[in-house]
Write a new protein. Structure first.
Length: 269
C-alpha cells in the first residue's frame, strides 16, 4: 500500500514539463501587443487619409477661383505638395505686388490732396484757421470753430459761409467719400438745444454737411460724426489749447481713396 501511494504522488519535475508544454502550445503574449499596435496604426492612417481628401466639386471651384485671381490656365492638381507650394508662391508674389502698388497710389493721392489744400489756405489767407494733415483716416482738413461758429452755437456765421463755399470748390476736385467730424473742448454745455457737447459737435458737423449738399456736393458721399471733447488734439489745459480742440475736421477717407485706386488698377488690367 505504501508503495502504491508513493507512486500516485505527482513528480514536481513532470508538472513543470507539462506546464511548459501547455504554454508552448498557446499564442505568445507579445503577439497581442503587436496586434494592438498594428490596429492603432491602421486607424491613424485612415484618419490622415480622411482629413487629406478633397471633394472633387470643391476642388473644381477652388481651381476656377485661382484661375480668375491669378490669370493662369494651369493649376496644379489637388493633393500635391508641389501644387501647394506653387499656389502659395504665386499668391504671395501677386498679393505683395498689388498691395505695394495700391499703397503707393493712395499715398501719392493723399499728398496731392494735402498740396491742394495748402495752396488753398495760402491763396485765401487762412493760415492758422485752416490746416491739413494726414493720418490713418486719410487726408484731414481742419477748420477752427472760430472761423465757422459763434461760441455755443451751431449756426454758421458769415465768415464761415464764405470759407465753406471755398472749401466746397476744393472738395469738388476729388471724387471721394468725405466724413465731417465735429469736435469741442471739455467745457460743459447744458442748454435746451444742446444738453451736452455730443449734440453741439454733431449739430456743427451736420451744418457743414448741409451747406456742402446745398452747394451741390453729392449727399451719398457725405457722412457726419459728433465726437464732443473726446478726441482732443492737445490737452484742455489753457484757453489757447481749448480753442485748438474746438474744430471741424473734413476727412478724405483713406478707404474710399483705396477703393478707387483698386478700380483703376483693375480697369487698366
Amino acid at each position: 500500500m505504501a508503495e502504491e501511494e508513493k507512486k500516485k504522488e505527482p513528480d514536481p519535475a513532470e508538472e513543470e514539463e507539462e506546464e511548459e508544454e501547455d504554454e508552448g502550445a498557446g499564442i505568445p503574449a507579445w503577439v497581442m501587443t503587436f496586434a494592438d499596435l498594428v490596429t492603432l496604426l491602421m486607424v491613424f492612417f485612415i484618419l490622415l487619409f480622411a482629413m487629406g481628401s478633397i471633394e472633387d466639386e470643391k476642388w473644381r471651384l477652388v481651381k476656377e477661383s485661382l484661375k480668375s485671381a491669378l490669370g493662369s490656365e494651369t493649376i496644379p492638381e489637388a493633393g500635391t505638395r508641389q501644387g501647394l507650394d506653387v499656389i502659395s508662391a504665386k499668391l504671395s508674389e501677386e498679393s505683395v505686388k498689388a498691395v505695394d502698388e495700391v499703397g503707393a497710389m493712395v499715398a501719392k493721392e493723399i499728398e496731392e490732396i494735402a498740396s491742394e489744400v495748402e495752396e488753398f489756405v495760402y491763396k485765401n489767407k487762412l493760415a492758422g484757421q485752416v490746416q491739413v494733415s494726414s493720418d490713418e483716416r486719410g487726408a484731414v482738413i481742419t477748420v477752427s470753430d472760430i472761423v465757422l461758429f459763434s461760441p455755443g452755437t451751431a449756426r454758421m456765421n458769415w465768415k464761415g459761409n464764405e470759407v465753406i463755399k471755398q472749401v466746397f470748390d476744393l472738395l469738388n476736385q476729388f471724387n471721394y467719400k468725405v466724413k465731417i467730424e465735429g469736435h469741442t473742448d471739455d467745457s460743459p454745455i447744458k442748454t435746451e438745444r444742446f444738453p451736452s457737447n455730443w449734440e453741439l459737435s454733431a449739430s456743427r458737423a451736420a451744418e457743414v454737411a448741409r451747406m456742402f449738399v446745398e452747394s451741390g456736393f453729392p449727399a451719398e458721399n457725405l457722412s457726419i460724426e459728433g465726437l464732443a471733447q473726446f478726441r482732443p488734439k492737445v490737452p484742455n489745459t489753457s484757453p489757447t489749447n481749448r480753442a485748438t480742440n474746438r474744430r471741424i475736421e473734413i476727412v478724405y477717407q483713406r478707404g474710399s481713396i483705396r477703393k478707387q485706386m483698386v478700380d483703376i488698377i483693375r480697369r487698366g488690367g
